[in-house]
Design a protein around this ligand. Sequence first.
Ligand code: SAH
Ligand code: SF4
Length: 370
Amino acid sequence: MPARNPETPSGKISPVGLETSALERELAALGVPERQLRMRSSQIRHWLYVRGARDLAEMTDLPLALREVLGGRLTLERPTVVCEQCSADGTRKWLLQFADGQKVETVFIPEEDRGALCVSSQVGCTLSCRFCHTGTMPLVRNLSAAEILAQILVARDRLGEWPATRPGRRLTNVVLMGMGEPLFNYDNVLAALRVMVDPDGLGFSKRRVTVSTSGVVPKIDQLGRDLPVALAISLHAVRDELRDQLVPLNRKWNIASLLDACRRYPIRRRITFEYVMLRGVNDSDADARELVRLLHDIPAKVNLIPFNPWPGAPFECSSNNRIRAFAAIVEAGGIAAPIRTPRGRDILAACGQLRTEAERRRRTAAAAAA
Ligand code: SAH
Ligand code: SF4
């Protein structure tokens, strides 16, 4: 089913994320002659994704009369940036608010030669992994394709990276690792991914776009058929009894079935396995050895993520020595196991801390009133 962008209360829709055919249908409905559809839709897409237009008035190669007609149906409005925080290490976090008042966070993490934007796919998350702050948010809704892509557009606005073709861009990679489970919002995520990797869209290479999932097995297969971008799996445990506890989705698709899906996934590049280090829970030498055994026949890389504590979290982070010892065993088994340096800790931008400021404040106020 093709994804649809929702209408605003005034009956307008965002053209961002619409497939070319859907955009052309909209244009035809607005009276654009058949023979012009292809040209007009490609002009509009260029303005949206390469030039970063925020207003139809900028699209100066469209006749004024057409821009006026389009303005009755299309809106290019960005979500509001409610809050912008810059960390001492260059990490930047934006709290974005959509038309219905819902908010998500988007984080830009610069490195020397590249920069990744961590994009949210849902408001909150229906899964409730025990170590994850997002999973404790009460409100959940899917983001539309336009809302997923808008996070990239806003980041380019804020980083001053239009037109997107200019050399030396800092935003080079996108990871769907923010709030939400992307594969539980499959249609909208797929529509957004198509625009991300389209050379006439946002133009990211497929290798530089990563979907992170806690393990929705049938959708991993579907993604492999539809658009095999880079894949990250939130593994976090090597035994089902423990993973059932940490990542409740494991009760539906266990470790063996998840790893089978990884073996079927049609990319040659390595799959990243995320492993959050929880003191005394999943960080023993035996766990590390079992991880090596499980992954021995999968082209894999393991990202060891120091657990990021949040108020009331039932875990602590493993000690640095423990993490290093764990990494050494995995590396000795022939699997790269970088330890992720926490970034943007001073602005609470690290993974698993993506909850909206407003929600945080509401909770604090409620706690104070109790
Ligand atoms: N729902 C998807 C993508 C979003 S979660 C998924 O689970 O993969 C993105 C990553 O942040 C996951 O690897 C998740 O396990 C990790 N994460 C969540 N809470 C964390 C915490 N408190 N500390 C460190 N990493 C955390
Ligand atoms: Fe959802 Fe991912 Fe957090 Fe689990 S780790 S609750 S799947 S966002």
